[in-house]
Design a binder for this molecule. Structure first.
Ligand code: COA
Length: 155
């Protein structure tokens, strides 16, 4: 059972780049973000990278905010830390942050064979609305998934 006291969640900064790059390498065999792209997200005024740590960074999520919508560009949990609820924790934080910013819809792309991630998103209310051919390169299709956000908790 996941104890929230076991982990700390915070926004990442430039100083986290080595660990973030390491997570990308360990979690994605293709379509992963380079160090330059990860730094670009960290520096971008409309992007937030959230991390979960316990002595070291165990999981990360990258969000890109538009005016009324937001994209989840990546969620990644170190292989040895999976199925402990960290992916879920990051997704819920992404939603809380988005609601506070007045975001009405969250979306993401996921490889069509990535049943684990698709399971995580479905469990959190995301639906497949489109299949995008060759999204990750030739022969590597993606599902586009979306979730309409409810009103902020205070309304
Ligand atoms: C997808 C990923 C982020 C899930 O992280 P996680 O911390 O293991 O997920 P959680 O423990 O919070 O799982 C929440 C729910 O998602 C679903 N789920 C997660 N991993 C699953 C798997 N491998 N198979 C089936 N369902 C899975 C389950 O419904 C799970 O609930 P349960 O454990 O009570 O059954 C993680 O497997 C990962 O980093 N994968 C590699 C990177 C990646 O593919 N990221 C997604 C890019 S779009």
């Amino acid at each position: 059972m996941l104890q929230s006291t076991d982990f700390r969640m915070r926004k990442a900064g430039i100083w986290d780049i080595d660990e973030l790059e390491d997570i990308e390498k360990k979690c994605f065999s293709y379509g992963r973000f380079s160090r330059t792209i990860l730094l670009g997200f960290l520096r971008h005024p409309f992007s937030v990278t959230i991390v979960v740590e316990r002595e070291m960074i165990l999981a990360s999520a990258i969000l890109i905010f538009h005016t009324r919508t937001a994209e989840i560009a990546s969620i990644a949990v170190l292989p040895e830390e999976r199925r402990k609820g960290l992916g879920n924790m990051l997704l819920q934080e992404a939603e809380t942050m988005s609601r506070r910013k007045g975001i009405v819809k969250l979306s993401l792309h996921v490889a069509i064979e990535n049943s684990g991630a698709i399971g995580l998103y479905r469990k959190n209310g995301y639906s497949i609305t489109e299949t995008v051919k060759d999204y990750y390169g030739a022969g590597r299709d993606a599902f586009y998934m979306e979730r309409e956000m409810g009103p902020p908790p205070s309304l």
